[in-house]
Design a protein around this ligand. Structure first.
Ligand SMILES: [Zn+2]
Length: 154
C-alpha cells in the first residue's frame, strides 16, 4: 500500500478537529473520527520534552514501517506492507512531521498558550508564536487588559 502524502495544513486540521485534548479544550466531548491517530499526532506537538516528541513521532512511523520506492523519473513514494487505513494515515503524518523536523528541528511544533485552547500549530521557521491564531492572541490580550484593569480598581 502507498502511504498517503499528508499536507501540513491538513495534518494540523486533523489533529485539532479530531484529537481528544484540543477538542475538550474547545468544549467538545470525546475524540472525533480517526481520534486515535489524531491523538498520537497531537503528542508530537504537545509532549513535554524533545525525547518524548521523538518517541511519539517514531511511534507514528513504526506500525506501517514505510519504505521508499523510487521510479524512473526520480519520484519517491513510500510503501508499506500493512493495509490499515489508520496506520497508513499515521505513517503519512509521521513522514510529513519528519520532513519538518529534519529541516528545522522540533521548535516549530507547538501548542497554543490560549486559556481555552490547546490547539496544535506549526510555527514558521525562526518564530516563537505562542498562540495558534489571531483569535487566541486577541483573547489573551483582552484577558490581560481586564486583569490589569481589575488590579487598578483594587
Ligand atoms: Zn489557540
Amino acid at each position: 500500500m502507498v502511504v498517503p502524502d499528508i499536507d501540513l495544513d491538513k495534518l494540523v486540521t486533523l489533529v485539532n478537529e479530531h484529537a481528544g485534548i484540543p477538542r475538550r479544550a474547545a468544549g467538545l466531548i470525546g475524540a472525533g473520527e480517526h481520534g486515535d491517530v489524531a491523538g498520537r499526532v497531537y503528542q508530537v506537538f504537545a509532549a513535554d520534552t524533545d525525547a518524548e516528541r521523538a518517541e511519539a513521532l517514531n511511534g507514528l512511523l513504526a506500525a506501517a514501517a514505510p519504505a521508499p520506492v523510487v521510479d524512473e523519473h526520480g519520484a519517491v513514494q513510500w510503501h508499506s506492507g500493512i493495509d490499515s487505513p489508520d496506520e497508513l494515515l499515521a505513517a503519512g503524518c509521521g513522514l510529513a512531521l519528519l520532513a519538518v523536523v529534519r529541516e528545522d528541528g522540533w521548535v516549530r511544533l507547538r501548542t497554543c498558550d490560549g486559556a481555552d485552547c490547546a490547539d496544535a500549530h506549526l510555527d514558521r521557521p525562526g518564530r516563537q508564536r505562542r498562540y495558534c491564531s489571531q483569535t487566541c492572541l486577541n483573547r489573551a490580550r483582552v484577558r490581560a487588559y481586564r486583569e490589569r484593569q481589575r488590579h487598578h480598581e483594587e
